[in-house]
Design a protein around this ligand. Structure first.
Ligand code: ZN
Length: 114
C-alpha cells in the first residue's frame, strides 16, 4: 500500500452540467447527450461509472497495480466502483462523485491529481 492518504472525495447528489478538472478547468465529462465521449486531461486519473471504467491513466494503473489488465477484467468487489476508486492513494488528488437523482441514482466517478 502507498504511504499517501486516500483520494479526497467530493460528492454531488443532484449535479447537472459538465464535470471539469479542478486543476486546469478542462471539461472532462461533458453534460451532453450528443457527445458521450470523455475528454481526459493530463490530471485525470480515472473516469468511471457504475458500469465500469471509461478511462484509466497509466498513473492510476500504477497506483492501483492494475497495469495491463483490461477494464472488463477488473473486479470492483461487492462495494462497487465508487468504493473501488476511493482506494487510490495519490498526493493532493480529488475525486468527484456525481449522482443522478433518485430513482436512478446512477453514479459517475472522476479522479484528478496535480
Ligand atoms: Zn486538468
Amino acid at each position: 500500500m502507498s504511504k499517501h492518504p486516500p483520494i479526497q472525495r467530493v460528492e454531488f447528489c443532484s449535479h447537472s452540467g459538465p464535470i471539469c478538472c479542478p486543476f486546469c478547468g478542462r471539461i472532462v465529462l461533458p453534460d451532453d447527450d450528443t457527445d458521450p465521449a470523455v475528454h481526459p486531461c493530463s490530471h485525470t486519473l480515472f473516469i468511471a461509472t457504475d458500469e465500469g471504467f471509461e478511462f484509466r491513466s497509466s498513473r492510476f494503473d500504477a497506483l492501483m497495480e492494475i497495469k495491463g489488465i483490461e477494464d472488463q477484467d477488473i473486479d470492483p468487489g461487492d462495494d462497487g466502483w465508487d468504493a473501488y476508486t476511493d482506494r487510490v492513494c495519490c498526493p493532493d488528488s480529488v475525486k468527484i462523485a456525481s449522482f443522478i437523482p433518485a430513482p436512478s441514482g446512477f453514479g459517475c466517478y472522476v479522479g484528478f491529481a496535480p
